[in-house]
Design a protein around this ligand. Structure first.
Ligand code: PLP
Length: 381
């Protein structure tokens, strides 16, 4: 690499550390039964209707993607108009290879010649990673009792701020920004700043006071973008699809950063079927709600402190043991969780809510680790 001219921005990019794959843990620890509660995936998987639509569309796999993108955007417009009494069209939507890809387009479009991003810490690491990749500066504002400190975030805005990212519910804390808080924020945010609402987990939110960023877009505020996707409730994390909702002018601008054919038609058709499978969505929501209560009870019994969540993951804080050590002891017992160090919280553990059997295995393993800190795992498969 010595003679090559490298991009100095890239050399400063922190690498994203993903949740450990099941097969890797099986190999490393010689286990057959391993559960993964590390990446906030949908424990019930993909809807059967979505799978059928995906398979059907595969017969055109030899062709370049055609109308899948447009058809999905039309469907989203119809859905949002029914829900919000709005007048969105397909031109209000932009699709990408996961929300991650939408974020990439967004940061490429707004972070250049030294622009700044304001985020909360802890939060989803990609915001910081992308800011650095595009040569910007990331201002991370500490959380207030695990919630976004919106007043401090407003204070952190400078003339160079291009983006403020509000992750709602926030990953890894699971906390919510309410409608009133959004209204107060939007009343004060300067017009030169793009406000990005990352709502990856919105379908799981039960609180009726959840924010409604779509209303600001409906009112024609170019500076507001709403990001949602198909990786969580729709169980399509491995198929890669996300979208942004914004004013037509904003979406048209972002199109310039889109890579052509970034997602295939089978994925778009799976997504359309997933949106129609209300029974599957309801099953997922019910499972997460019930298992959240089960985990809260189990954690309380163990005297552990957690942050109440609006999403499908729970953050354990003020741990009685070192987080990394707890993580490793759980791995030995066949349970993969996450230490959200890259999110800005090296002293916590985040667990995703799984099926009942997976959560039971996690609580058993956790009990074993806490009661038997120096011993060998007493739980066998
Ligand atoms: C807050 C947040 N944003 C974005 C993503 C990435 O989503 P996608 O799979 O659609 O790229 C995740 C994934 O965990 C997330 O938690």
């Amino acid at each position: 690499m010595q003679n090559l001219r490298l991009n100095p921005n890239l050399l400063n990019v922190p690498l994203y550390v993903a949740g450990k794959p099941i097969e890797e843990v099986q190999e490393e620890y010689g286990l057959t039964e391993v559960v993964k509660l590390a990446s906030n995936e949908n424990p019930l998987g993909l809807s059967a209707l979505a799978l059928a639509a995906f398979e059907h569309a595969l017969k055109e796999a030899h062709r370049y993607p055609a109308l899948g993108d447009r058809n999905l955007r039309r469907k989203l417009a119809t859905l949002y108009n029914a829900r919000h009494i709005a007048e969105f069209t397909q031109d209000n939507f932009l699709t990408g290879n996961g929300i991650s890809d939408i974020l990439r387009m967004l940061f490429e479009s707004f972070i250049f010649d030294g622009g700044e991003t304001v985020i909360c810490t802890p939060t989803f690491p990609l915001y910081r990673i992308l800011t650095t990749q595009f040569g910007g500066k990331c201002i991370a504002v500490p959380h207030k009792h695990y919630h976004h400190d919106l007043l401090a975030m407003l204070d952190a805005i400078t003339p160079d701020t291009r983006l403020v990212v509000l992750c709602n519910p926030n990953n890894p804390t699971g906390t919510l920004i309410t409608r009133d808080e959004v209204d107060a924020f939007m009343a004060r945010v300067p017009p030169h700043v793009v406000v990005v609402f990352d709502e990856s987990y919105f379908e799981l939110v039960e609180d009726p006071n959840y924010s409604n960023a779509a209303e600001y877009i409906q009112q024609g505020r170019d500076q507001v973008l709403l990001l949602r996707g198909f990786s969580k409730v729709h169980g399509m994390a491995n198929l890669r699809l996300g979208y942004a909702l914004g004013t037509c002018a904003m979406i048209e601008y972002l199109h310039h950063a889109q890579i052509v054919f970034n997602t295939g038609d089978p994925v778009f058709y799976a997504a359309m079927a997933a949106l129609d499978d209300h029974a599957h969505i309801e099953r997922v929501r019910e499972l997460i709600a019930a298992e959240k209560r089960y985990l809260y009870d189990g954690l309380s019994e163990l005297d552990l402190t957690y942050v109440p969540t609006a999403a499908n993951f729970i953050l354990l804080v003020d741990l009685p043991r070192d987080a990394k050590c707890l993580y490793e002891e759980l791995l030995k017992r066949g349970v993969i969780v996450r230490v959200p160090a890259g999110f800005g919280l090296p002293d916590a553990v985040r667990i995703s809510i799984g099926t009942h059997a997976e959560n039971e295995k996690f609580l058993h393993a956790l009990r074993d680790v806490l009661r038997n800190p120096n011993g060998k795992p007493i739980i066998h498969e």
